[in-house]
Design a protein around this ligand. Structure first.
Ligand code: DC
Length: 230
């Protein structure tokens, strides 16, 4: 088998998917695509427009008409990419605790998800991409040749997320971050579907570089299996 052109990374909030996704994409020379930003941009816009988060139709319309773009970083301020919502730079605005608390409510509607998935598939099908999310291996790109499910204990995830928030000037207590994560796990549960053929990777005790090495090793194995078969 040649190098897999689509690699999916799914898993719960705070498991380290974005750090891993970016590193892996850089090592392979692939595009890094974090699908969570699309749901976050929607949640941000819904808050801006003071939409009723129980109004499925209003959220579906928003999903259909808002133009979400993810482009290479336009500023050097630590961002991995720039996110534009109808042309407005929302890269940091979608990372607030308020959006964290809202996003699962927006992402729960099937019509909203259908529209996001349609757009995600368009990008995925171009290939040479590491796609990160919750349902990428199972729903969005079920034919992807390499699927990773990155998991970690809630304590490790809370620690990581609270350091991330602190570095952005949002110092919340570890307990609060842990509680928010537990709540989000519960809300995300129905969209978090590890693919049957995903490889499970636990990030508690290994560094992102070690995770990348582990995945590159799996890629080499896949390639060997493919060449043995030919
Ligand atoms: O990965 P993240 O924390 O940035 O994701 C934000 C939210 O978006 C998360 O609560 C669940 C949702 N999400 C989703 O439903 N499906 C995806 N593929 C990615 C994210």
């Amino acid at each position: 088998m040649s190098q897999p052109l689509i690699i999916t990374i799914d898993g719960p909030a705070g498991a380290g998917k974005s750090t891993l996704g970016e590193l892996l994409a850089r090592r392979l020379g692939y595009l890094y695509f974090d699908t969570g930003v699309m749901y976050r941009a929607l949640a941000w816009a819904a808050l801006q427009q003071a939409l009723d988060l129980d109004d499925a139709l209003a959220l579906e319309n928003l999903a259909r008409w808002i133009r979400i773009e993810v482009v290479p970083p336009t500023l050097e301020d630590g961002r991995q990419y720039t996110v534009l919502a109808d042309g407005e730079d929302v890269t940091w605005a979608i990372r607030t605790n308020e959006v964290d608390r809202t996003v699962s409510r927006v992402a729960r509607y099937s019509a909203v998800r259908a529209e996001m998935i349609r757009q995600q598939r368009e990008i995925g099908r171009r290939g040479r991409v590491v796609m990160v999310g919750r349902d990428i291996g199972s729903i969005v790109m079920p034919d992807a040749p390499l699927k990773i499910y990155l998991d970690a204990s809630i304590d490790a995830r809370a620690q990581r997320r609270s350091e991330e928030l602190r570095s952005r000037g949002q110092p919340y207590s570890l307990e609060r971050v842990r509680d928010d994560l537990a709540r989000r796990d519960e809300l995300d549960r129905h969209v978090m579907l590890p693919a049957d053929d995903a490889l499970i990777l636990l990030s508690d005790n290994i560094s992102p570089d070690e995770e990348v090495d582990w995945i590159l090793e799996r890629i080499r194995e896949l390639q060997n299996v493919g060449s043995d078969a030919t």
